[in-house]
Ligand binder design. Structure first.
Ligand SMILES: *Cc1c(COP(=O)(O)O)cnc(C)c1O
Length: 319
């Protein structure tokens, strides 16, 4: 692959043991602090953007167009990347996009404040649409991109969550920052490239990657598998991951994407009150509730790494 990358994050991010929780849960628990990338409020999207923005610059983009929920951490970090590179950032957002066949969750979802405040600070041009299925949101983003092109702008479109094969490759690279002696890595899965990159990197080793779904999408595992295949193509290293090589647990999504779950809130409190580390309600708290479930059912033995993907601004989201 052509190895274009720009530096945005302070890497490697720290890895450290969680002493109190290790004792309490009776496992050897460690944490990877991608909440501390030092870039645009931190979080897993910074790593993907180092590669995606290099590609955008190579294509002489003037405007980056993407989409997400109104509390999207990706839109926020993309806004930061566009700010430092002097590009415009245009984002189509909905308060609560949802899986069409499942319908919109009934539970309320705080959508204002939080990341929206930071989007404004970074100068993101946000277009808010009525809630609808994800496909509608993707359509709005394509329309915004088409409009920019009609106005003569050079546009670079980024898929939801930065989940292209290149975004996934960023996490195959991130895997090099951790020791190889972990028995398990637990990570939230939504648009899938974080999980895909880590699963690809650790395939064939003694480290098992457990994805915890934060999204009820039926095809989520297919997405992860396809992204892992994309890394094969980018790198020319054919690992050929199959669905059965991947682990995705769907028991911790709660009522839907973007809606806090009861188990997630408990997990968030536990992490805050034992380790003073902040988890977000949409992703990392649900993933940690999954880790707690796996630990309690005895599925995690040995040395376990919780991959903290960031997201703290949505703690401050308001209705
Ligand atoms: C986007 C995001 C995730 C999910 O990562 P994907 O690569 O989209 O699966 C997890 N945690 C946080 C905080 C995120 O912003």
């Amino acid at each position: 692959m052509d190895g274009g990358r720009i530096r945005l994050c302070q890497l490697p991010t720290p890895v450290h043991q969680l002493h109190r929780l290790s004792q309490e849960l009776d496992i050897d628990l460690w944490i990877k602090r991608d909440d501390l990338t030092g870039f645009a409020g931190g979080g897993n999207k910074g790593r993907k953007l180092e590669y995606l923005m290099a590609q955008a610059l190579k294509q002489n983009a003037e405007v980056i167009v993407t989409c997400g929920s109104r509390q999207s951490n990706f839109v926020r970090q993309l806004g930061g990347a566009c700010a430092v590179l002097g590009l415009r950032c245009v984002a189509a957002v909905m308060r609560l996009p949802y899986e069409g066949p499942l319908g919109k969750p009934a539970a309320p979802c705080p959508a204002e404040g939080g990341n929206v405040v930071l989007d404004d600070l970074f100068g993101v041009e946000l277009y808010l649409y009525d809630d609808g299925p994800w496909e509608d949101l993707f359509g709005h983003a394509s329309d915004l991109a088409a409009r920019e092109r009609e106005n003569g702008r050079s546009v670079f479109e980024v898929p939801i969550g930065g989940s292209s094969p290149l975004g996934a490759f960023a996490f195959a690279e991130a895997a090099c920052e951790v020791e190889t002696d972990f028995d398990a890595i637990v990570v939230p899965t939504s648009s899938g490239s974080t999980h895909a990159g880590l699963a690809w990197a650790f395939h064939g080793t003694s480290t098992k990657v457990f994805g915890i779904a934060c999204d009820p999408e039926q095809d989520l595992l297919d997405d992860v598998c396809r992204l892992a295949g994309g890394i094969d193509e980018l790198t020319g290293t054919k690992k050929g991951l199959l669905l059965q090589d991947l682990s995705l647990n769907r028991e911790y999504v709660g009522e839907g994407y973007g809606v806090a779950s009861r188990a997630g809130i408990e997990a968030q409190r536990l992490m805050a009150r034992r380790e003073a580390i902040l988890l977000d309600p949409v992703y990392s708290a649900k993933a940690f509730s999954g880790l707690l479930g796996l630990a309690r059912s005895g599925e995690l033995g040995g040395k376990t790494l919780f991959w903290h993907t960031g997201g703290f601004p949505s703690l401050f989201a308001t209705p």
